[in-house]
Design a protein around this ligand. Structure first.
Ligand SMILES: Cc1cc2nc3c(=O)[nH]c(=O)nc-3n(C[C@H](O)[C@H](O)[C@H](O)COP(=O)(O)O)c2cc1C
Length: 175
C-alpha cells in the first residue's frame, strides 16, 4: 500500500486520466507513493486507511458533484478526517460554466473540513477566467481549494500544472 490514497470520480474519463497523470508524477518522485482508486468502488474505510489522501472530482450539471461522488457524499457525514492530510483537484470548464467553475471541488473540500480534515494544495486562481466558483474561497477568492484543471479551455497548461502541484503537495504533506 502506498503512503497516499488517490480517489477520483469521473463521468467521461477526463478526471480519471488526470488522476493517473498525478499518480505517475508522484511515483516518479518516489516509487509506489500513490495508489489510485475509483470512488465508485471505494468505501469510507478504504479512504481512512490512508494518512495522506488526494480527492479528484469534476463538476457536472451546472454546479453539481460528479455522479459517483454525489452517491458517496452522504457517507462522508460519518467519516472522521481528523489527523488526515487531504489535497484535492477538480476538473471544470471555465468558458462553458463560468458561474459554476469547479464548484464540486469547493463542495468536496468543505465536506473534508467539516469532518475535521486538513486541506493542503491550495492553488492560485489567477490564470483562469471565471465569474464565480465555490472553490475560490481561500485568500479572498485569490486561491482555489485545490488544483483546477480545464481540459476544454486550457488543456495546454495541464501538464505543467500537474507537475508543479505534485511537487507542492509532496512538500506540504511532508513526504
Ligand atoms: C452537462 C455538463 C455540465 C457541466 N457543468 C459544469 C459546471 O457546472 N462547472 C464546471 O466547472 N464544469 C462543468 N462541466 C465541465 C466538466 O466538468 C468537464 O468536462 C470535465 O472535464 C468532465 O470530467 P470527467 O470526464 O472526469 O467527467 C460540465 C460539463 C457538461 C457536459
Amino acid at each position: 500500500m502506498g503512503k497516499i490514497g488517490l480517489f477520483f470520480g469521473s463521468n467521461t474519463g477526463n478526471t480519471e486520466a488526470v488522476a493517473y497523470q498525478i499518480a505517475e508524477k508522484f511515483n516518479q518522485l518516489e516509487s509506489g507513493l500513490v495508489d489510485v482508486h475509483n470512488i465508485g468502488g471505494s468505501t469510507p474505510e478504504q479512504i481512512l486507511s490512508y494518512s495522506h489522501i488526494i480527492l479528484g472530482i469534476p463538476t457536472w450539471n451546472t454546479g453539481e458533484l460528479q455522479d459517483d461522488w454525489a452517491f458517496f457524499l452522504p457517507k462522508m457525514e460519518s467519516m472522521n478526517f481528523s489527523g488526515k492530510k487531504v489535497a484535492l483537484f477538480g476538473l471544470g470548464d471555465q468558458n462553458g460554466y463560468g458561474f459554476n467553475f469547479l464548484d464540486a471541488l469547493g463542495i468536496l473540500a468543505d465536506e473534508v473540513l467539516i469532518q475535521g480534515g486538513t486541506v493542503f494544495g491550495f492553488w492560485s486562481a489567477q490564470r483562469y477566467q471565471f465569474e464565480e466558483s465555490l472553490a475560490a474561497k481561500e485568500e479572498g477568492g485569490e486561491a482555489l481549494m485545490g488544483l483546477g484543471i480545464d481540459q476544454e479551455g486550457q488543456a495546454n497548461l495541464t501538464d505543467d500544472r500537474i507537475e508543479t502541484w505534485v511537487k507542492q503537495v509532496k512538500a506540504e504533506f511532508g513526504l
